[in-house]
Design a protein around this ligand. Structure first.
Ligand code: NAP
Length: 281
């Protein structure tokens, strides 16, 4: 009897203990009965290039990359998908004919989760507000432009960063001062928090949802806690809300499909598993 080799993938970061990716991929490996393993690898900044260049030799078919290595991974990769190029950072890598390829699946994760949780969001015209101008804001802005939105307004504490983002994407994206966010909230069809405000219960983008239109959707990328003050406040004002955990689960799908050959489902059961882990942390 021949033994099939184990297919191995991993997530690299520094530190890496906090990553929930092994729980997500481990759940899918078990659900689909795949002979695979997904591990956490603590890789320091000065080891990233060497590690990625030797992925194959180390027995990995690919990996996820988390903070603080997403930009380094993008730079090391030879082939880069459109989202990785738009964001300038990568979170998913694999080998294509022996060459290191990368993608940024945050765009896919955000847009897929948005469509699954608030399918009516796209039916309404009106500006989309993106709070924050970091790496995840780029992934979100790129997805919104791909979805055909032509009035994406980026609000950031450091205005120059919002201006840089708007310049990069060009027509359809504008930069605004952080202080202007509440003056514009009344027109918005969608308000997305991509800042770190609300993470671990610290801070809040402080949006005045009382002025928002009834069909406005509020989406948060923060998923610890599962319900941030931003989401709770939007919900209290009768708005539809989209949490960050769904995005985390959906962004994992393309990597799993590439490495293990099965496109996995984001099920309620998986959501509950990771939600329990977050709540118990
Ligand atoms: N759900 C998911 O799958 C998913 C995926 C990716 C990221 N995320 C989450 O998204 C968040 C942002 O990630 P990122 O990679 O984009 O981070 P980042 O590149 O470090 O950007 C952080 C952003 O937060 C803003 N910010 C920080 N403190 C602030 C404050 N006190 N007041 C106003 N703005 C503040 C920063 O503004 P300045 O430019 O002025 O500093 C910047 O725009 C994190 O919480 C991350 O966990 C979730």
């Amino acid at each position: 009897m021949t033994e099939t080799a184990i297919t191995r993938a991993c997530v690299i970061g520094w530190p890496i203990t906090q990553s929930r990716s092994p729980l997500i991929h481990g759940y899918w490996l078990k659900s689909y009965g795949i002979n695979g393993r997904y591990t956490k690898e603590a890789i320091a900044a000065d080891e990233v290039e060497a590690f990625l260049s030797m992925l194959d030799a180390r027995g990995f078919v690919g990996c996820n990359v988390t903070v603080p290595h997403k930009i380094a991974a993008y730079q090391v990769a030879f082939l880069k998908d459109a989202s990785a190029t738009a964001v300038g950072a990568a979170n998913t890598l694999w080998l294509e004919n022996g060459q290191l390829a990368c993608a940024n699946t945050d765009t896919y994760g955000f847009m897929t989760n948005l469509a699954a949780t608030a399918p009516a969001w796209s039916a309404y015209d009106g500006p989309v507000m993106v709070l924050g101008a970091g790496g995840s804001a780029r992934a979100v802005v790129y997805g919104l432009l791909q979805a055909g939105r032509r009035d994406v307004r980026v609000y950031n504490r450091s205005l120059d960063r919002a201006e840089g983002l708007a310049r990069q994407f060009g027509a359809g994206v504008s930069a605004h001062a952080w202080a202007a966010r509440n003056a514009h909230a009344r027109d918005a069809a969608l308000i997305v928090n991509t800042t770190t405000l609300g993470m671990n219960g610290i801070g809040d983008p402080a949006i005045d949802f009382a002025v928002a239109r009834s069909h406005c959707v509020a989406a948060d990328l923060v998923y610890v806690p599962l319900e941030t003050a931003f989401l709770r406040d939007a919900k209290d004002h009768g708005l539809q809300v989209v949490g960050g955990l769904g995005m985390l689960l959906h962004q994992a799908v393309p990597g799993f499909a590439r490495w293990f050959g099965v496109t996995p489902d984001v099920t309620d059961d998986l959501y509950r598993l990771i939600a329990r882990d977050i709540e118990g942390a």
